[in-house]
Design a protein around this ligand. Structure first.
Ligand code: CP
Length: 311
């Protein structure tokens, strides 16, 4: 693996999951593999889990870590051939090459604007780094993908499943803000790689990109979709067809203890209590969100370890 930009970069998702579970048992077994190597993490957007778990993963491998909130640096220009007489002081071509001299691996978080589908789907920030940087790039959540989160989610399901082929349901939930599709997209991508009975439930109009969902079963009746589910993954996303819009805030889609039944509750966090999910779910033993957040470290660590082995 050179870059980790999306789930497709995993050579074999199932063996990566098994390796991560093994690594979790002894996180310091490769503590020399990142010696004298530096991870530079660039954040265009806020983070709690991704920032701390990726730093912890790198340090478990013996790497040094430098973090920059990009808004603290010069405004960047991404277009080629622009006359830079406005706000942007530095072009991504120089920025990516300069940072590459300080880094052996660069990790980038850059959310979409949710204003222009074509621009967002071009992944121009992540793509510019993979084009102009001279070191591997790790996606810490981009416009359309959050592959570290999805790997985490798959590790969590593998650890907690009690049957060979568990039933996993991805359900939309209401939210006051328009949120990206990245978490849902990558979750769908990785579920397609696993031996699971996978389906999606959401109100009409919240269809994800059909090139990602492909032939995944979709049910517009949440309770029917969740019947006998082993894992229910809750996530809000904005409309894809009416791009970036909130077309429903139907509170009936909030996850409740009663609807969840015996299923395990999953969420990438942060989660708005009593909007996305009621207290009684998050405060119940059926919630695995804290275990999920812990697995962020081991997902990041297996990816960094693989990249280091290929430097
Ligand atoms: N789940 C996730 O990516 O968390 P942060 O946004 O806090 O990094």
């Amino acid at each position: 693996m050179k870059h980790y930009l999306n789930i497709n970069n995993l050579e074999d998702a199932n063996s990566t999951i098994q390796e991560a579970i093994k690594l979790k048992k002894n996180p310091f077994q490769n503590s020399e593999s990142g010696k004298n190597k530096t991870l530079v993490m660039l954040f265009f957007n806020s983070s709690l889990r991704t920032r701390l778990s990726t730093e912890k993963a790198a340090k478990n491998l013996g790497m040094q870590v430098i973090t920059l909130n990009v808004n603290d640096a010069w405004n960047l220009e991404f277009e080629d051939g622009t006359i830079m007489n406005a706000d942007a002081s530095e072009h991504i071509k120089e920025m990516a090459k300069v940072v590459s001299q300080y880094a052996d691996v660069i990790a980038v978080r850059a959310f979409p604007s949710l204003k222009n589908k074509t621009t967002d789907e071009s992944e121009f920030i992540l793509s510019s780094f993979s084009k102009y940087a001279t070191v591997p790039i790790v996606n810490m959540e981009s416009s359309t993908a959050h592959p570290l989160q999805a790997l985490t989610d798959a590790i969590t399901i593998e650890e907690l499943k009690t049957k060979t082929r568990p039933k996993v349901v991805l359900s939309w939930a209401p939210h006051p803000k328009a949120l990206p599709h990245a978490v849902a997209n990558s979750f769908v991508n990785i579920m397609h790689e696993l031996d699971v009975d996978f389906s999606i439930t959401h109100p009409k109009g919240y269809e994800l990109n059909p090139n990602i969902t492909k032939n995944t079963p979709i049910n517009h009746n949440q309770e029917e979709a969740m019947k006998d589910a082993d894992f229910v993954y809750i996530k809000n996303w904005c409309s894809y067809s009416d791009y970036g819009k909130i077309i429903s805030q139907d509170t009936d889609w909030m996850m409740t203890k009663e609807k969840l039944g015996k299923a395990k509750f999953m969420h990438c966090l942060p989660a708005r209590r009593n909007v996305v999910v009621e207290d009684a779910v998050l405060d119940n033993e059926h919630s695995v969100v804290i275990k999920q957040a812990n697995n962020r470290t081991f997902a990041a660590q297996i990816i960094l370890k693989t990249i280091l082995e290929n430097l």
